[in-house]
Write a protein that binds this ligand. Structure first.
Ligand SMILES: CC(=O)SCCNC(=O)CCNC(=O)[C@H](O)C(C)(C)COP(=O)(O)OP(=O)(O)OC[C@H]1O[C@@H](n2cnc3c(N)ncnc32)[C@H](O)[C@@H]1OP(=O)(O)O
Length: 427
């Protein structure tokens, strides 16, 4: 099937859109990335670098100028599978590396690339597209909404944890991170998480990227360490990747920080054992973590929640590419019977009136002539899709309109999910 929407977007004269060759164009792609994101690879980082883009999924804009042809912009995507509430993981295009050389910005290059991305992803049969946004103002116009959140927190050394039966059993191993050795165990734990928005890392390159230890990223801290929790049978049940950074006060008191990059536990005893270890490292005054799920176990383990400084951030933005397939693929915790009036200027196949009817055993999603109960833009439906934002909260902000009184709360209940949506890693 070839999709005609979004339509091909005209570029200014001298620019043309083309698929990029993963090998021949690699250096030009790296150069765009460096220009767009304002960084340079430190020579000491070069040996650690891993190319994790997937062949056939990068598209750029070439510019024919007075000094020849140069790459002016690029983007790529990963072939992800994203967990949806109660269902099988869905094929999703993980948009990444969207970059325009500063000399070519604000000429519509990014818009042309995003339209191509939506068209190509739909042609590949991808039902969703997901991304981490560099800035929050960019992607709403393309139909993306904030679908998962992450929590950052600072916990004081020795913060009290509630007792959990069985938490004396797991063993916490503290080691220097050894990518090749630890990667498989990390993925074994990561792959067992059942949570809307969770994305498995299905290529070796993505798995390797997660355990990279960029020398330049240490900034005076130690190399990356791992705390690996094993149960009585030796099975990994949780892990934290972290570094410690030493600091001493003028009075000579230790004020070091534990910087946790990734932390995950599969059950309560493992979570308690892991956090007890992280919160009791000598010479450290605080533990900083940046990517907790909004309902992470540590928030319930703390005896004093006021002891932490916590912030909620947008994490993954989601775009529904194939509305009936997406709505059929997720589970609903109760009966649902709602007619949605969906606006989607870029993908008219999604737009219009849809009747979602069924319950926990499955739903039918059909075109409807009946009066609509709720009106919603596809970006806000994307925000609600994983249960990470409620339809009631979106309605309170004027983003969902209740056209028939009394229909909002039942629909919001059906679109909710008991486990918070979270992705847990950036891509
Ligand atoms: C998933 C990811 O990879 S996120 C990474 C995004 N990349 C970056 O932030 C790197 C630095 N920035 C860039 O490379 C570029 O400036 C981009 C990609 C953000 C924008 O590219 P451009 O080619 O300049 O955008 P383009 O000219 O197509 O603009 C399209 C629309 O987006 C708007 N826009 C562009 N950049 C931004 C921004 N940073 N914030 C809000 N709106 C923006 C434009 O105003 C325009 O709006 P309109 O629809 O009302 O006309």
């Amino acid at each position: 099937m070839t999709f005609t929407h979004p339509p091909k977007t005209p570029l200014p004269s001298g620019y043309r859109l083309a698929e990029l060759d993963d090998v021949a164009d690699r250096e030009a792609m790296r150069e765009i990335d460096r220009w767009a994101f304002a960084f340079d690879l430190d020579p000491e980082d070069e040996p650690a670098d891993v190319w994790n883009l997937e062949p056939g999924r990068s598209v750029g804009v070439w510019h024919d100028g007075p000094r020849g042809t140069t790459l002016a912009a690029m983007h790529s995507s990963y072939a992800f599978r994203v967990q949806v509430p109660g269902g099988e993981p869905l094929p999703a295009a993980g948009l990444t590396w969207v970059g325009v050389h500063p000399a070519h910005r604000r000429r519509g290059l990014s818009r042309a690339m995003l339209h191509a991305h939506l068209r190509r992803s739909r042609e590949r049969g991808e039902v969703l597209s997901v991304l981490n946004a560099a800035e929050s103002g960019i992607y709403g116009r393309y139909g993306y909404g904030i679908a998962t959140h992450r929590v950052s927190a600072t916990l004081g050394r020795g913060a009290g944890l509630r007792p959990v039966p069985g938490s004396e059993e797991p063993v916490v191993e503290l080691e220097s991170l050894d990518g090749p050795r630890h990667s498989a165990e990390l993925e074994r734990v990561h792959g067992q998480v059942v949570r809307p928005g969770w994305i498995t890392r299905d290529t070796d390159a993505l798995r390797q990227t997660r355990v990279l230890d960029w020398p330049s990223a240490r900034r005076g801290a130690e190399r990356r360490r791992i705390a690996l929790v094993r149960d009585a049978l030796g099975e990994p049940r949780g892990y934290a990747l972290f570094r410690r950074k030493e600091k001493w006060s003028d009075e000579g008191k230790p004020e070091g920080t534990v910087q946790v990059h990734d932390v995950l536990a599969l059950d309560a005893p493992a979570a308690r054992a892991l956090w007890a270890a992280l919160l009791d490292l000598d010479l450290m005054a605080a533990v900083e973590v940046g990517n907790l799920a909004p309902d992470d176990a540590v928030l319930g383990l703390l005896t004093d929640v006021r002891g932490i400084n916590r912030k909620v951030h947008d994490d993954v933005w989601l775009r529904i590419l194939d509305l009936p397939a997406a709505l059929r693929a997720r589970a609903y915790p109760c009966v649902v019977d709602v007619v949605l009036e969906v606006s989607d200027p870029l993908v008219p196949d999604n737009a219009g009136r849809w009747h979602v009817r069924g319950g926990p055993q499955g739903v039918e999603v059909t075109r409807s002539q009946d009066p609509a109960h709720l009106a919603v833009d596809v970006s806000d439906l994307g925000a609600a899709y994983l249960g990470g934002s409620s339809l009631t909260a979106l309605a309170a902000a004027g983003r969902v309109t209740e056209l028939v009184p009394g229909t909002l709360v039942p629909a919001a209940t059906a679109f909710s999910w008991p486990v918070a949506a979270s992705t847990g890693w950036g891509f």
